[in-house]
Design a protein around this ligand. Structure first.
Ligand code: ZN
Length: 105
């Protein structure tokens, strides 16, 4: 058993543990029950930890953790049909002329 990761919260810990298990890496989430309940302020905040069952899988586990920590990839930019300006994926209307995305007329 080897501790490989401290998550910021329990949902994150479980999500990552799920990814690891999907990849065939046996792991356990610890400190699940040490966080204070709603409205309580614990004196010491224990972060959920992920432990590997098999230390020889550590390198593979790290590859998954690194992918897990990457922000979601940005979509491809789109060109405004009205003025031709390029807009980031997140924009729903053209920053230059205000035309709505996807409208062709
Ligand atoms: Zn435009």
């Amino acid at each position: 058993m080897k501790r490989i990761y401290s998550a910021i919260d329990l949902p994150q810990a479980h999500l990552l543990a799920h990814r690891l298990r999907e990849a065939g890496i046996a792991c356990h989430v610890f400190n699940e029950n040490l966080q204070g309940g709603v409205g309580e302020i614990p004196f010491t905040h224990a972060y959920p930890e992920i432990w590997l069952e098999d230390e020889s899988q550590e390198a593979r586990a790290w590859a998954i953790i690194e992918a897990f920590e990457q922000p979601a990839p940005e979509g491809s930019p789109w060109s405004c049909p009205g003025c031709g300006e390029e807009n980031p994926e997140a924009f729903q209307s053209c920053w230059a002329c205000g035309r709505e995305r996807g409208k062709t007329s």
